[in-house]
Design a protein around this ligand. Structure first.
Ligand SMILES: *[C@@H]1O[C@H](CO)[C@@H](O)[C@H](O)[C@H]1NC(C)=O
Ligand SMILES: *[C@@H]1O[C@H](CO)[C@@H](O)[C@H](O)[C@H]1NC(C)=O
Ligand SMILES: *[C@@H]1O[C@H](CO)[C@@H](O)[C@H](O)[C@H]1NC(C)=O
Ligand SMILES: *[C@@H]1O[C@H](CO)[C@@H](O)[C@H](O)[C@H]1NC(C)=O
Ligand SMILES: *[C@@H]1O[C@H](CO)[C@@H](O)[C@H](O)[C@H]1NC(C)=O
Ligand SMILES: *[C@@H]1O[C@H](CO)[C@@H](O)[C@H](O)[C@H]1NC(C)=O
Ligand SMILES: *[C@@H]1O[C@H](CO)[C@@H](O)[C@H](O)[C@H]1NC(C)=O
Length: 482
């Protein structure tokens, strides 16, 4: 106001001052009246908006944020409302909690990032539902391909061959590999293969107490740091609801080197073994000298590590989780009726490009990459066809740092198959993803696998991405560039 006056006064001729003051006062009154009216109007329209969009939300489609954006353009705050409780059984609370009977609606106002800098690869809005307290498991969700899997626990057929050492992934023959792709009752290799009697463990040893803890998890969020390659990023606690804090396991697998390094930096687990929300689990005897291969064990084999879990979320240690895991399950699995969700790569869609990039950046031994790539081409891998609208995937190259999974037979089978490719060939899982998926589909016509390949910007909305810790060239397994 002071600014307005001084500019106004200096620009007014002296004689017109009195008159202009009166005019200004009138003007002020009108301004006041107008703004009051528009405020009243806005609050009215706002609540109407909220109601209509809530209705749409209940119909399961449009996010409130989108509606507000469409109608008014520049809202800075996201207003979101949770769902009513549907009729149906609540899977986690099992109908015993008071929350199922409540049909109350909670409205929350959430500030979204003010950072308007349009980076090339930034996060985008994800229309998560609000408040997990009333989340219900959709009744018709679990209608997936049914069969049962058993896993090779101990290998016998090479026990007379003293040349073969026990391997964590086992010694799968090419014939066994081929058969393992059929989605049917079967016993297949899926890591954790013990050697014959008398042989030492093949690795990934976890103490019994932690094993018991892991066996009880129904929903697991997990991550790992091996070879001290990353800092410990705790999930953003205030964005994780009390329901998830009580019912979801947050597991961070560390090796001894990382544990030591973190404790030197003052990150020491409390008496119960937690650092923040992470339950720290020490892994002894890493199964591979390549840390990146070892990292694929918790990444792919969550259904082995958490045998009772219905759902799991994998998050790379370079990322900090900033979304409630239940909202993630609702959005990426239940709402999309999918059993496996992974993001596409922000840039590359074709395995051919990925191979070039891996070589250019020296990500892995070139001849090992070639060997794998040639094998895949001889078994039918073709280039990604961007203009083919009926392509089985939106991209053949994933960005696998964030994976959301229902532990259904098909999803578990895919996880095992993908792991076996990494075990047999290189640890570069972007190279084997499309091949594994396409082969699985090809060999199982009529048995669908519901994979949701989501956008990279959605991954960035769920978690904040950091750089890896600076390479320590003397630590084991980092002889190749990460
Ligand atoms: C719910 O809990 C009851 C009793 O605790 C149990 O009998 C029932 O099987 C449970 N239902 C589900 C879907 O877990
Ligand atoms: C389950 O899927 C089958 C075939 O995919 C379909 O015929 C059936 O109607 C589905 N059941 C439910 C409850 O959605
Ligand atoms: C391994 O040796 C045992 C006896 O030592 C023999 O009975 C068995 O047939 C052998 N297995 C193979 C695969 O050669
Ligand atoms: C597959 O295994 C399930 C459970 O173990 C069993 O009920 C089913 O009959 C088996 N199917 C076949 C074709 O053997
Ligand atoms: C690279 O891979 C090839 C083929 O797998 C292997 O023979 C060779 O020893 C590897 N080289 C290094 C330096 O690891
Ligand atoms: C890619 O897909 C389009 C549309 O289906 C098709 O016309 C074209 O021939 C395909 N290109 C290749 C190289 O397969
Ligand atoms: C690198 O790792 C070695 C052990 O592998 C350790 O002795 C050394 O202190 C580490 N250096 C840094 C800078 O972390």
């Amino acid at each position: 106001m002071a600014l307005f006056q001084s500019i106004n006064e200096s620009s007014q001729p002296r004689r017109g001052r009195r008159l202009s003051r009166v005019a200004r006062r009138r003007c002020l009154i009108w301004t006041f009246l107008l703004s009051t009216m528009s405020l009243i109007y806005l609050s009215f329209v706002g609540s109407a908006l909220l109601h209509s969009s809530l209705q749409e939300k209940l119909n399961g489609e449009v996010s409130l944020y989108e509606i507000i954006k469409k109608k008014s353009g520049n809202f800075d705050d996201r207003i979101d409302a949770d769902k009513h409780a549907f009729d149906g059984s609540q899977i986690f609370n099992n109908g015993t909690s008071e929350s199922t009977t409540s049909h109350q609606t909670i409205i929350q106002i959430v500030k979204i990032s003010k950072d308007k800098s349009h980076k090339k690869h930034g996060p985008c809005e994800v229309s998560f539902t609000k408040s997990v307290e009333y989340l219900l498991h959709p009744e018709n969700y679990m209608n997936f391909t049914k069969f049962s899997l058993d896993y090779v626990l101990q290998e016998q057929h090479y026990s007379n061959n003293s040349m073969l050492q026990p391997k964590f992934g086992g010694h799968q023959t090419l014939e066994e590999r081929e058969n393992s792709y059929y989605a049917r009752n079967e016993t297949l290799h899926c890591g954790f293969v013990k050697g014959p009697e008398g042989y030492p463990s093949a690795g990934f040893d976890v103490n019994e107490k932690d094993k018991e803890y892991m066996a009880r998890c129904r929903v697991a969020v997990s991550s790992c740091i091996f070879g001290s390659s990353d800092f410990l990023r705790r999930p953003k606690s205030k964005l994780i609801g009390t329901y998830s804090k009580k019912n979801v396991c947050f597991l961070m697998f560390l090796d001894e080197l990382t544990m030591r390094k973190l404790s030197l930096e003052g990150q020491v687990p409390d008496d119960e073994g937690y650092i923040g929300l992470w339950k720290i689990v020490l892994v002894k005897k890493l199964p591979y000298t390549d840390m990146r291969k070892t990292g694929k064990v918790p990444k792919f084999l969550s259904h082995r590590l958490f045998p009772s879990a219905w759902y799991s979320i994998w998050i790379d240690s370079k990322m900090r989780l900033q979304t409630d895991p239940m909202l993630i399950l609702e959005y990426f699995l239940w709402r999309k009726k999918s059993e496996y969700a992974i993001s596409n790569h922000y840039d590359r869609h074709c395995v051919w490009e990925e191979v070039d990039q891996n070589k250019r950046l020296n990500k892995y031994n070139h001849s090992a990459i070639d060997e794998q790539f040639q094998f895949y081409q001889s078994d039918g891998l073709v280039k990604f066809n961007e203009s083919d609208s009926s392509a089985p995937l939106p991209s053949y190259v994933p960005e696998g740092s964030f994976i959301v999974r229902a532990h259904t037979p098909m999803s578990n089978l895919f996880s095992c198959l993908w792991f076996n490719e990494v075990d047999r060939f290189t640890s570069r899982d972007q190279l084997s993803f499309a091949y594994t998926f396409l082969k699985l589909r090809r060999m199982n016509p009529g048995k669908p696998f519901f994979l949701n390949m989501f956008k990279d910007c959605e991954r960035r909305a769920m978690a904040k991405i950091f750089h890896h810790r600076v390479e320590n060239t003397s630590s084991p397994g980092t002889s190749t560039i990460l």
